[in-house]
Design a protein around this ligand. Sequence first.
Ligand SMILES: [Zn+2]
Length: 330
Amino acid sequence: MFRRLLISVGALVAVVALAVVFAQEKKEPEKVDLPQMKFDDVKEIAPGVFFRYSSISATDKTVPFGGSNNTWVVFKDYVIVIDANFPKEADDVLAAIKKTTDKPVKYVFDTHHHGDHAWGNTVWAKAGAKVIGSKDCARLLKTSGPKDWKAEQDKVDGRADIKKNELKLVDQDFSDTLALDDGTQRVEFHFLGHAHTPGDAVAYLPKHKILCTGDMCVNGAFNYTGHADTASWIKVLQKAEKFDVKLVCPGHGPVADKDVLAKQRRWFEDLRAAVKQGIDDKKELKDITAGLRFEWYEKWTGVPAKSRDENIEHVYKELTGKIDHSKLGL
Ligand SMILES: [Zn+2]
């Protein structure tokens, strides 16, 4: 009898312990009210933290591309801006910042070297800011920036803001992390590995549980993989998912809760698995593409997976050994 009691108590303890472990592991992301925003809207998403939602659409061609989203954080004496955007949009963002604070912009952080995230550096520098970026963001902006900038200037229908401005490089780079903290606000920059580009880094605001991801995570069918390492990208997203996050400010698309990181990861996991299966079955790229169907992706982004040719082709080339990831972005 005693033995039986002991066994049942033991079993109960085990069940409770298991339930606790399970509850901890299955901790659902905190439910948050996401701000409803129209393009170019600015919202204070946490005390002293502002988000500007840039126009973009994967389905409506009449929506102009407004560059990257922007987040800015108001410290005691200065402002930090996340992503430089294009020069024209940087002017718009600077005007929007002035409506929220009279403090000067002291730093702008390039999440990566692409034009819609870094080419506005020139505007921020003229406004007195220092440019921060990861080592590889700084390297790629320095090596490929001048020729990319010139190519845009030489285009007949190239961007007017590039024609009349000049490229501004990163002033202060970092290897793994860099933090700015004045006791009222804290912003941490983290390099987590090669994702959308070799130089991707994120900005994390621990006090507000906000993660600004650049294009390492987008909310919608906005992934560009030209400079990506999708296997490494998955690992980078797994690292990002370990952060204590309530709100994700993606590089493009609306503000999201933490779930968007898992969706972004699942896209590359499922895509790589499907393309690998196709290669194993000796199918050609066009047939693999035609056969792609992820209902969850379509539900998330509004577009079918098979329409994401650029992503699919990049993964196909990666899996058939045609990409040297160390040379991407150069
Ligand atoms: Zn990009």
